[in-house]
Design a protein around this ligand. Structure first.
Ligand SMILES: C[S@@+](CC[C@H](N)C(=O)[O-])C[C@H]1O[C@@H](n2cnc3c(N)ncnc32)[C@H](O)[C@@H]1O
Length: 283
């Protein structure tokens, strides 16, 4: 395929991506798609790509493009101010309800979803034993069957990594902010990497989903959506937040990234703040 055809195709696909997957920054996306098309000129023809732009389902070709244009940077305890507010909210929910359902969206390589699992484990531990000092035997005896955590992302490769739960100090620095106590109690150490313990892994279910589609699950007590909407178009940000609001249980809480604007009807939510962050409770 020649350069001008690749450019034209990348323009068409970049606009389609904004509509389907939310990701805006059309020029940056377009340039990456053009690079992908030109790096693989033999396998897919102009007509096949054009056909792709009209294909409604999310297929392998779309997946290849999505992997190319999305940014999967994440690390444990990222923007901890927000996670501290989540921890307080978790404590409150656990004192009022028998179950706790949380959703990390998007979870990229899993760090944020596991952070939710660490928070829940610490709070349940405190509730049961009345101390925050962790102990291997007491942790082993802790029942966490009432805590459900979903981690979802559009990137299949990121979710494979998330399910594996193996991180090293080189993997984009995933462990760079991790509390040493959490590293000690929630991970096993291997020569090459740290691996999330099975007890924590069992709490989290990872599923590939597009946030622009209707939610797969409902009745969440907490939804955490950070470091994605900054890449979305305005209309797509709003549609995404509407989907998240639908997935919340009445009384459930939505936590956004610190730079994200809340775009839903303020009459439908109670706004909470502390010295650390702002979050929204569905009425
Ligand atoms: C920078 S990561 C943020 C991960 C994590 N929330 C954090 O704050 O560390 C952004 C993620 O958004 C995902 N993403 C982008 N568009 C998406 C969509 N339409 N549906 C689901 N995930 C999407 C990307 O695959 C990427 O893994």
């Amino acid at each position: 395929m020649n350069n001008s055809s690749a450019k034209r195709l990348s323009e068409i696909l970049a606009l389609e991506i904004k509509e389907r997957y939310g990701v805006d920054s059309v020029e940056a996306v377009r340039a990456k798609i053009e690079e992908l098309i030109l790096s693989d000129p033999s396998s897919t023809t102009f007509d096949q790509y054009l056909q792709l732009s009209k294909t409604k389902s999310h297929n392998a070709e779309w997946q290849k493009i999505i992997e190319k244009i999305t940014i999967h940077e994440s690390y444990f305890q990222r923007n901890e101010n927000i996670l501290n507010s989540v921890a307080k909210t978790v404590e409150q929910i656990l004192s009022e309800k028998k179950t706790l359902r949380m959703w990390s969206v998007p979870c990229a390589t899993g760090e944020e979803a596991y952070d939710l699992a660490f928070i829940a484990t610490e709070r349940v531990y405190y509730q049961k034993y009345g101390t925050t000092t962790l102990n291997d035997k007491l942790l082993e005896d802790l029942s966490l069957d009432h805590v459900y955590i979903y981690g979802t992302d559009i990137s299949e490769t990121s979710l494979k990594h998330a399910k594996l739960g193996q991180y090293n100090d080189l993997t984009m620095g995933a462990l760079r902010k991790l509390d040493p106590v959490r590293r000690r109690y929630f991970f096993t150490q291997n020569p090459e990497y740290y691996e999330v313990k099975p007890q924590i892994k069992r709490m989290v279910k990872f599923v590939v989903t597009n946030v622009m589609d209707p939610p797969l699950q409902y009745n969440f007590d907490i939804i955490l959506c950070r470091n994605m909407l900054i890449y979305f178009g305005d209309e797509q940000k709003k549609r995404c937040q509407e989907n998240l609001a639908q997935a919340l249980a009445p009384g459930g809480y939505l936590f956004l990234g610190s730079v994200d604007q809340f775009l839903l009807n303020p009459d439908d939510f109670i706004q909470h703040t502390d010295e650390q962050s702002i979050w929204y409770q569905k009425k």
